[in-house]
Design a protein around this ligand. Structure first.
Ligand code: FNR
Length: 406
């Protein structure tokens, strides 16, 4: 196996090892995939200021997210079907997160259940992501189960009242477990590691749902139930209801607009995540990193602002922190690690990002992630990009303040 030096190496290996249906489920966005691509691309347009002859001998990336100590400002994004990228995927990713000292978020539509992950990680706290289903009694039971498992934070996803269409999933006939068509069998035959893993586990369908909803015992009934369950009527009243009912930290995920950020603040949430669901919902929405600064400016003093979308390197993490994010989440960077090498692959993804973040911060002449601000961003150069003109303005503004503060 060739050496793994960057997230792209993990992605390539995952593509070789994971059946196409599940690899493409991760590596895809809705419709034209323009927002999916923009999430990555816009990071590349932001330029960093190199500083020299600054003492960078002692450096720290340690910080806090939702009051929790973290090894770096990076958490695992909730991703559905992670247990199909690799057998027992959510358990393996949660273990890697625990070992590294960053938060793991379990999706409602995971393969391993809340209870499975809690047991396998020895009660180490993880966060739980909630989709509001029409069946509110099921939603209440999910919250109770997350609480019983010791989850300190609930990540409530607000941008999936309806589903964006991903052409690849339709073409591949995505399902968990996969249907045993000739095409799927031929594809899986070329992925022996994945097959061996799957043969060795009993977890092959939605662990939080099957057996927990009356009448949902098999794939057919599950498909029928879930196709009708995402709730298009979800409103801020429901958010307020969940706030009242959930005693722990509440994080609102999927905020792209300043007005919605203010509403999130008004609901008493502890944090919000600037996110476009990794480009899987509204195709044409701006890249998350472009939406971030305005939201951070509007509400960042009162509520923790997190972001996700397109983070593939430590440089990306640093830019997001500079633009006002207290922390970021990684979706695909984690999934590629998982598909490539299971737990070791997720650990590798975290190590890669940590090292890149550490060195990049140092090149910018900074030694403490908690003191990184817009002053590390370079004004000018790519003024042709709207995103950068915006950032350049902020950077100049930050520098001006820094000068005033001495
Ligand atoms: C997701 N995402 C997601 N979000 C959520 O709240 N619940 C979920 O079940 C899922 N499922 C899911 C599956 C897959 C395969 C992907 C790629 C993403 C969105 C996820 O939490 C996050 O917002 C994005 O993944 C961030 O973008 P990057 O890091 O993947 O570019």
């Amino acid at each position: 196996m060739s050496t793994i030096n960057e997230i792209e190496d993990l992605r390539r290996l995952a593509r070789k090892r994971v059946p196409r249906m599940f690899y493409e489920y991760a590596d895809s966005g809705s419709w034209t995939e323009s927002t999916y691509r923009a999430n990555e691309r816009e990071f590349g347009r932001i330029l960093l200021r190199q500083r020299v002859a600054v003492d960078i001998g002692q450096r720290s990336l340690r910080t806090r997210m939702l009051g929790q100590d973290v090894a770096m400002p990076v958490a695992m994004a909730p991703t559905g079907l992670a247990g199909m990228q690799h057998a027992d995927g959510e358990i393996l990713a949660a273990r890697a997160a625990k070992a590294f000292g960053v938060p793991f978020t379990l999706s409602t539509v995971s393969i391993c259940s809340i209870e499975d992950v809690a047991e396998a990680t020895g009660g180490h706290p993880f966060w739980f992501q909630l989709y509001v289903m029409r069946d509110r009694a099921f939603v209440e039971r999910l919250m109770d189960r997350a609480r019983a498992a010791g989850c300190p934070a609930l990540v409530l996803t607000l941008d999936l009242q309806i589903s964006g269409q991903r052409h690849k999933d339709l073409r591949n006939g995505l399902s968990a477990p996969p249907r045993l068509t000739l095409r799927n069998l031929l594809d899986m035959a070329g992925k022996p590691r994945w097959c061996m893993g799957m043969l060795g586990t009993r977890r092959r369908t939605f662990g939080n749902i099957v057996g927990h909803v009356q009448g949902v015992e098999n794939m057919t009934s599950l498909a029928e139930w879930s196709s009708q369950q995402y709730d298009p009527t979800l409103s801020w009243e429901d958010v307020a209801w969940i706030r009242r009912r959930w005693p722990g930290k509440l994080v609102l995920k999927g905020i792209q607009d300043v007005e919605d950020a203010r509403l999130a603040l008004g609901c008493g949430a502890d944090a919000l995540i600037v996110s476009n669901h990794g480009g899987r919902q509204l195709d044409g929405a701006p890249a998350s990193i472009r939406a971030l600064p305005r939201i951070a400016d509007a509400v960042g003093k009162h509520i923790e602002v997190h972001m996700d979308g397109g983070v593939r390197s430590g440089q990306d993490v640093l830019k997001a922190v500079a633009l006002g994010a207290r922390g970021v989440y990684i979706g695909r960077s984690m999934l590629y690690g998982l598909g490539a090498m299971g737990e070791a692959g997720v650990l590798k993804a975290l190590q890669i990002i940590h090292k890149e973040l550490d060195l990049t911060m140092a090149f910018c002449g900074r030694t403490d992630i908690n003191r990184v601000d817009r002053g590390i961003l370079l004004a000018g150069e790519s003024r042709d990009s709207t995103a950068n003109a915006e950032h350049a303005g902020h950077a100049e503004h930050a520098e001006h303040h820094a000068a005033q503060a001495g």
